[in-house]
Design a protein around this ligand. Structure first.
Ligand code: FAD
Ligand code: FES
Length: 346
């Protein structure tokens, strides 16, 4: 059995399988609903069920409150249809051909960028045309239906290999394998491209990028893509935060962009510099460095990627300092969500 889903804004109708989330059905049919974590934790995919019945699926309760549920809101990365539906999304785009695919990928190389970050390069089958947008991510598909998300760090033009920056998580199921067991030539299964953390090309506002740790990965892809395009010289300002100098694992690359491109600046920020770092640069939290440098953020866009805490600290304070909420674009590195949710009718 399948269900028919009408999506607003616009006049779009898709077919949904009961086993798929609404987001999965839309992506399969070439429609992009805004999304990030796909685990019910970030809220990017929140929209309204105007007509019909859904299973809300597993999601984090702080991301979808009881009051919002009563108003008909749902998280489309978790909700599954129980009838034909009319739904309203925050924003809806047709995919530009970047179809979500499930593919084998060979581990081409594993290179330590520092003791906690591995550069893993994946090679896709030669006959596959895998296209993505700068800023998107892939899921690595593991046993028992588990999956782990990692941002693509290379620009889309260099898509013969996929570059991932993987931070070691103590006791982490997949990242422990990456650091301790995984060998070159191993075949993994991946799914992607996913996510909507992409540059808004129609805008000309100067951009502040805020990266925390491996949150640099999608920002590297976006900056390298932008540099290659050479279409606009929109000012780009990168603030990259880490605890100590070691955490800025590709700082020489960022410094080389600053030397080469007059429209690009790089501000490294350390929260706990070590004596051996001999650090004379900025210290403290990376979002605070941005607040200190820009007393009025109303004419900027901010793209932030890294821990949910960093992104949340930025959200509250940047908006107080003039940033328009629609100019804050985020990609939070969230992990597994606890489950909740029961079937219900809005
Ligand atoms: C859209 C998206 C893109 C991402 N891109 C990247 C990327 O480019 N590079 C990268 O290094 N990570 C990225 N992440 C985070 C990454 O997916 C997780 O850190 C990773 O899945 C951990 O897998 P694991 O199996 O090793 O740990 P798990 O076995 O899943 O976790 C073990 C425990 O470690 C803790 N934990 C797990 N991950 C984190 C974390 N990120 N921060 C703090 N505690 C954690 C949790 O308590 C968890 O219960 C991204 C996440 C998302 C949602
Ligand atoms: S809550 Fe649905 S994509 Fe994050």
């Amino acid at each position: 059995m399948t269900w028919s889903i009408h999506l607003k804004p616009g006049e779009h109708t898709i077919t949904a399988h009961p086993s798929e989330t609404l987001l999965e059905s839309a992506l399969r049919e070439g429609l992009i609903i805004p999304h990030g974590c796909r685990t019910g934790a970030c809220g990017s995919c929140k929209g309204r069920i105007l007509e019909g019945l859904i299973d809300f699926g597993p999601y984090q309760e702080q991301t979808l409150t009881e009051a919002e549920r009563r108003q008909g809101f749902a998280l489309f990365c978790c909700a599954k249809p129980l009838s034909n539906l009319l739904i309203e999304c925050q924003d809806l785009k047709k995919s530009n051909g970047a179809e979500v695919k499930t593919l084998p990928a060979r581990v081409q190389s594993l290179e330590l960028l520092n003791e906690d970050v591995m550069l893993m390069t994946l090679k896709l089958p030669a006959n596959e045309n895998f296209t993505f947008q700068a800023g998107q991510y892939i899921d690595i598909l593991l046993k028992d239906g588990l999956r782990r998300s990692f941002s693509l760090a290379n620009p889309p033009a260099n898509n013969s290999f996929l570059e991932l920056h993987i931070r070691k998580v103590d006791g982490g199921l997949f990242t422990s394998q990456v650091f301790n067991e995984l060998k070159e030539k191993t075949i993994l299964r991946i799914q992607g491209p996913l996510g909507t953390f992409c540059l808004q090309p129609e805008q000309e506002k100067p951009i502040i990028f805020m990266a925390g740790g491996t949150g640099f990965a999608p920002i590297k892809s976006i900056i390298e893509h932008h540099i290659k395009q050479e279409q606009s010289h929109r000012p780009l300002m990168l603030y990259w935060g880490a605890r100590s100098l070691n955490g800025l694992y590709l700082k020489d690359l960022a410094l080389s962009w600053q030397q080469e491109y007059p429209f690009f600046t790089f501000t490294p920020v350390l929260s706990q510099p070590q004596p051996e770092d001999h650090w004379t640069g900025r210290t403290g939290y990376v979002h605070q460095a941005i607040l200190d440098d820009f007393s009025d953020l109303s004419s900027y866009q901010i793209y932030a990627c890294g821990s949910p805490e960093m992104i949340q600290s930025g959200q509250d304070t940047f908006i107080q300092q003039g940033l328009h909420p629609e100019n804050y674009f985020t990609d939070a590195f969230l992990f597994q969500a606890p489950s909740s949710g029961t079937p219900t009718q809005p």
